[in-house]
Design a protein around this ligand. Structure first.
Ligand code: 9MR
Length: 359
């Protein structure tokens, strides 16, 4: 009896709760959405880019509405596995390679006719402790690192798969913001030579995918981008295989660097291609119409910077929807960084991307 009463009361409470106290994000009227019906990848390819893409992650594949949008290859011609190809996911124990999750992303891309950007071989995060705390000698760690990357690259290389692995972030985030090398097990054991070593091993394993170093805060001139430029120059003059530099582009609404395009050009001048690899533009919540309008302008300026540089091959957003964005989990009080909202509805930022590809 009591249970029935509680259920009855809850039946009335649930609708009441959903209408009470509208959140600040949806105060008087709903925020404006996008108006364009364009398809981003088709548009990007029509102006000579290789793709417009999105990151994705395996737990999201159970969301049918999400997956339907992601799988539209006119909208997204490329996907990046946000987590499934990382070291902790693919070699959790030394010599034990697990490709179940990674293969799911590959199969999705293949089924959809989408390119993949591999992400990543060597990074100081999401690194199993058997690597980071193994106290290996330089020779041992060199072998561990090259075995890991060679195995991953050989597993996924284009020769053996129908889908195309267009690029691979071989080295991820090697620098601190002050331009010094990140103090991780690779740098601490091997010095900066680990970068050339792993790039060389990657080329041998898969001669066709484009080998990248991927980094954040290169989008404006400063000590970090200078350090990266010096690294590119020294790798190039040593004949080390290196094809591209990834500009992650985790940006803030109203603070897109004005020299973004010059930064892209300064790297293509060194003989590498560039790509915008992890674009999102976050805001301090709550969402307002003014912030959405600024975000629209910001997406447009990033995308038009890539458009203007012929060596900028494509743009990848770091998941397309706020529903699965990493931002709220990493930056308290911030979010709404993606072009689609939590309900998979296109935001004004979408129109900004379209305008950036068209203008
Ligand atoms: O999107 C990824 C998130 O799900 C992980 O929790 C996080 C762990 O650091 O990594 C995220 O992706 C990162 C990418 O691999 C490298 N550049 C920064 C991205 C955001 O942290």
């Amino acid at each position: 009896m009591l249970t029935t009463l509680v259920s009855l009361v809850s039946l009335f409470l649930i609708p009441l709760r959903s209408y009470a106290a509208p959140s600040a994000t949806s105060s008087a009227a709903p925020n404006p959405g996008a108006t364009s019906t364009a398809s981003l990848n088709s548009l990007a390819q029509s102006i000579g880019k290789a793709y417009f893409g999105s990151a994705t992650d395996n737990p999201e594949f159970t969301d049918a509405a999400y997956l339907a949008i992601l799988s539209d290859n006119a909208m997204f011609g490329q996907i990046t596995p946000a987590n499934a190809w990382k070291w902790d996911a693919t070699e959790p124990e030394q010599g034990v390679f697990t490709f179940t999750q990674a293969d799911q992303v590959a199969a999705l891309a293949q089924g959809n006719g989408q390119l993949i950007r591999g992400h990543n071989c060597v990074w100081h995060q999401q690194l199993p402790t058997w690597v980071s705390s193994g106290n290996f000698t330089a020779a041992e760690l060199t072998d561990i690192m090259t075995t890991h990357c060679t195995t991953i690259l050989e597993h996924f290389k284009g020769d053996t798969c129908e889908w195309r692995l267009i690029a691979f972030d071989i080295v991820n985030e090697p620098f601190n913001d002050d331009g010094t090398f990140t103090s991780d097990v690779f740098f601490n054991t091997l010095g900066s030579s680990y970068i050339g070593t792993v790039l060389t091993a990657a080329r041998a394993a898969d001669p066709s995918t484009h080998l990248y170093i991927n980094e954040f805060n290169l989008e404006f001139a400063g000590v970090k981008s200078t350090a990266m430029a010096n690294l590119v120059s020294s790798l190039k003059s040593a004949g080390t295989p290196l094809d591209g530099i990834g500009f992650e582009s985790h940006l803030i609404v109203g603070q897109v660097p004005t020299d973004f395009q010059q930064q892209l050009e300064s790297f293509t001048a060194l003989g590498v291609e560039v790509a915008v690899t992890e674009l999102d533009i976050r805001m301090t919540l709550p969402v307002t119409d003014a912030l959405l309008a600024q975000q629209q302008a910001d997406y447009q300026s990033v995308v038009s910077a890539c458009k203007a540089v012929s060596g900028c091959v494509g743009v990848t957003i770091w998941d397309y929807t706020d529903k699965f964005s990493w931002i709220p989990g990493a930056f308290a009080g911030q979010g709404a960084a993606c072009p689609w909202d939590d309900n998979l509805v296109k935001k004004p930022a979408f129109d900004g991307i379209v305008a950036g590809l068209q203008s």
